[in-house]
Design a protein around this ligand. Structure first.
Ligand code: DX5
Ligand code: ZN
Length: 220
């Protein structure tokens, strides 16, 4: 599918050669770079923050997609904007004031996304559909790469896509967790348009081919 966007997650990259790995996915035709920020509180893992994002920003022109899996995201939005994020996605489970938070991200002139854990109902984002640029359906429990895709995510994507058509909304539907060439077609058929993939891309022997497979012929 020509209009599908692939967002490699650097969570599974080799951090000792991050600059090279980012250049590799960029050359291979990735559109976005997915940046998994974890704080050891909202999720049981710790990754990186704005300094790392800022340092790779200087060497890449990819669209920087920051996925914040952190508590109190309100406190850190400016830092992630200054580091060079083009889009910031916050988890609906981490804020009491979702509408305000989305607005504050957009006030910086960048895009705003909202993510939902596998057990979080879609209704939690029902009243911000007009405001958001992207909805991220988590198809694994956030925290780690290399987990198995949770099948009930497909129904969630279908519903979100139906809402989008019915309401005439323009949000992207992004899916994150357990994506590979085996399930990408089903995820796209359900209505997703942005595929995040970490281990499938970075653990493959041929990163370029892995990205091409997700982009063009995932069913084969
Ligand atoms: C998980 C992260 C994902 C992760 C996906 O909490 O949000 O972006 O990197 O990894 P894979 O593609 O290996 O499931
Ligand atoms: Zn992610």
């Amino acid at each position: 599918m020509e209009n599908v966007k692939v967002a490699p997650s650097i969570l599974s990259a080799d951090f000792s050669m991050l600059r090279e790995q980012v250049a590799l996915v960029e050359k291979a035709g990735a559109h976005w770079l997915h940046l998994d920020v974890m704080d050891g509180h909202f999720v049981p893992n710790i990754t990186f923050g704005p300094p790392l994002i800022g340092s790779i920003r200087k060497h890449s022109s990819l669209f920087f997609d920051s996925h914040l899996m952190i508590e109190q995201p309100e406190k850190y939005i400016k830092e992630f904007v200054d580091a060079g994020s083009d889009l910031i996605t916050v988890h609906v489970e981490t804020t009491k004031h979702l509408h305000r938070l989305i607005q504050s991200i957009k006030d910086y002139g960048i895009k705003a996304g909202v993510a939902l854990n596998p057990a979080t109902p879609l209704e939690t984002v029902q009243y911000v559909l007009e405001e958001v640029d992207l909805i991220l359906v988590m198809s694994v429990n956030p925290g780690f790469g290399g987990q198995k895709f949770i099948n009930s995510s497909l129904e969630k994507i279908r519903t979100l896509f139906a809402w989008k058509k019915m309401g005439g909304y323009s949000y992207n539907i992004q899916v994150d967790g357990g994506i590979s060439d085996k399930n990408a077609q089903a995820v796209l058929n359900a209505g997703a348009d942005i595929l995040v993939a970490g281990s499938y891309i970075f653990n493959s022997n041929n990163i370029e081919e892995a990205i091409q497979k997700l982009k063009y012929n995932c069913a084969k």
